[in-house]
Ligand binder design. Structure first.
Ligand code: ZN
Length: 266
């Protein structure tokens, strides 16, 4: 199932499943992309409300509002090398704040204190239930699904400051979407990033140093994960600069494409 968060005509956000079908009460357009509204939140057993909308009539929002985003650095060897870093002995983890999240129709606002903002295409894992100290064999039980992420990074600030809170935590630095795919094996998916249609990153999730399951074991050893929390799993090689006016697209096989424009901060 593909679970999106959306609003219609600037109304209240709602969860919905996205599939090909017919809008309720409108059989005139069979086989169009339809959003079926879900009651409440998408965790547990999603219940359809019976309301549905044509996909082009809704505005997609960030598919979840995470309490926290835990990200992993240097989880692809070729990316660690391209920035002159060694592969770490234990996964390198950091937080991005909830206020950095934007959805697929929102813009990345270039922070005025940086002059070298980079894209980082990443597979995002969405947690489905509260958990801590998750054993390896029970990791699938705590995952709701997967979406695309862009771990937007002010590279100059990251290199200048010992902690990465500002470099990776500024407003709009965490585009997520377009939706959560709940039926997906994350072990070997193509992951790409384009800027204005030009290929920049092209990797496979099979090149991760630590698997999704190993990362969740490692992170949940330390902290409770909540429904809607997001784990960013690292970026493959090919990171590079973004400029005001660019359109950056992260695509992951089996999920879809997350596209955002870069604008000047207003
Ligand atoms: Zn990253």
């Amino acid at each position: 199932m593909r679970i999106a968060r959306f609003s219609v005509r600037e109304g209240s956000p709602a969860a919905g499943s996205v599939s090909f079908g017919v809008v309720e009460g409108d059989p005139s357009q069979p086989d169009s992309l339809v959003v079926h509204e879900l009651a409440g939140h998408p965790f547990g057993q999603p219940q359809p409300t019976g309301e549905s909308y044509r996909f082009q009539d809704v505005r997609l929002l960030s598919p979840m509002l995470p309490n926290k985003i835990v990200a992993v650095g240097r989880n692809y060897a070729a990316h660690a090398t391209e920035l002159g870093n060694d592969v770490p002995d234990v996964p390198l983890t950091f937080f991005k704040p909830s206020t950095s999240v934007i959805g697929p129709t929102e813009n990345i606002a270039y922070p005025p204190f940086s002059s070298d903002v980079h894209h980082e295409a990443e597979l995002a894992v969405v947690i489905g239930r509260m958990c801590r100290e998750v054993p390896l064999d029970r990791v699938p039980e705590v995952i709701l699904g997967y979406t695309c992420a862009n771990d937007v990074t002010a590279r100059d600030i990251q290199q200048r400051e010992g902690q990465w809170a500002r470099a990776k935590g500024f407003d709009t630095a965490c585009p997520l979407g377009p939706w959560i795919e709940t039926d997906l094996d994350p072990s070997d998916l193509a992951i790409t990033c384009t800027v204005n249609g030009e290929p920049r990153q092209n990797g496979r999730t099979s090149l991760m140093i630590r698997s999704v399951a190993e990362l969740i074991v490692h992170i949940s050893e330390a902290m409770t994960l909540l429904p809607g929390d997001v784990i960013l799993t690292g970026t493959p090689a090919g990171v590079g600069p973004l400029n005001v006016g660019d359109e950056v697209a992260v695509s992951i096989e089996g999920i879809g494409t997350l596209t955002n424009k870069v604008i000047k901060r207003g």
